[in-house]
Design a protein around this ligand. Structure first.
Ligand SMILES: C[S@@+](CC[C@H](N)C(=O)[O-])C[C@H]1O[C@@H](n2cnc3c(N)ncnc32)[C@H](O)[C@@H]1O
Length: 222
């Protein structure tokens, strides 16, 4: 697979986005890919720098962490970070980098979102970057339940409008306006933006969605 990876597949031709084989290939090649932002996500960085949570006991979960660009950045800031991904190659890169940096506050798991044990009221922040969050699966409620009281969920994804002839991305990683707040209907919206900015995957100026939701209740619900 060349550096266009999944971004240039047509909707009809695309392999299933969850294919770990495709993502393993992507991460093996990722250090040479010019269209993949290997640095921490800009929105996450700005949010954390402004919110500036104390690193004492601040637990972060990075959903589908990939090669760990966001997890590593957060762990370097002193937060306790757990991340998982179904790609063994992505996780291996993150583990190697954590080892080289002597980071002891990063835990990684090779698993799928369907199988990951999110726990209950455990995370101060959940990071979900460029992951196709599905409506029909039960993990949405598990994500909400696993946030602590006042816990935060930060998401960046492609907007539906980013689909175009010259810039073809899989349809199931795009969201329409308000899809993300609707998926996390039990969270309160702190930030919702639809800027035109460079996407971390594809490195194209396009419409993206940036969202932060907060759990403002502490009881469990069915
Ligand atoms: C676009 S990448 C985003 C990676 C990372 N969040 C980032 O922003 O760098 C999507 C990631 O989702 C992972 N993935 C896809 N389906 C998954 C699933 N069902 N469970 C866990 N990880 C999955 C892939 O292996 C890939 O690393």
């Amino acid at each position: 697979m060349n550096e266009t990876v999944w971004l240039l597949k047509t909707v009809l031709q695309q392999e299933h986005y969850s294919s770990s084989t495709s993502w393993n290939t992507f991460y093996i090649e990722s250090s040479t890919l010019s269209n993949f932002n290997q640095k921490e996500n800009k929105f996450l960085k700005k949010f954390i720098e402004e919110y500036n949570p104390s690193s004492d006991n601040f637990h972060v979960l990075d959903i589908a962490m990939g090669q760990g660009r966001n997890s590593i950045w957060l762990a370097r800031k002193g937060y306790k970070v757990t991340g998982f991904d179904s790609s063994i190659e992505g996780i291996q890169i993150a583990k190697n980098q954590a080892k080289n940096l002597n980071l002891t506050t990063l835990q990684t798991h090779i698993t799928t979102i369907e199988e990951f044990h999110f726990g209950f009221e455990q995370w101060d922040l959940i990071v979900c970057m460029y992951f196709p969050i599905m409506n029909e699966t039960s993990y949405l409620r598990r994500i909400e339940q696993s946030l602590k009281y006042n816990g935060l969920l930060i998401v960046e994804v492609f907007h539906w409008d980013s689909l175009s002839d010259e810039y073809i991305i899989p349809i199931d990683v795009t969201y329409r306006t308000n899809d993300i707040p609707l998926l996390f209907s039990n969270l309160t919206i702190l930030i919702y933006e639809e800027p035109i900015d460079y996407s971390d995957f594809g490195n194209k100026l396009t419409k993206i969605i940036r969202y932060v939701g907060q759990k403002q209740y502490s009881h469990i619900y069915s």
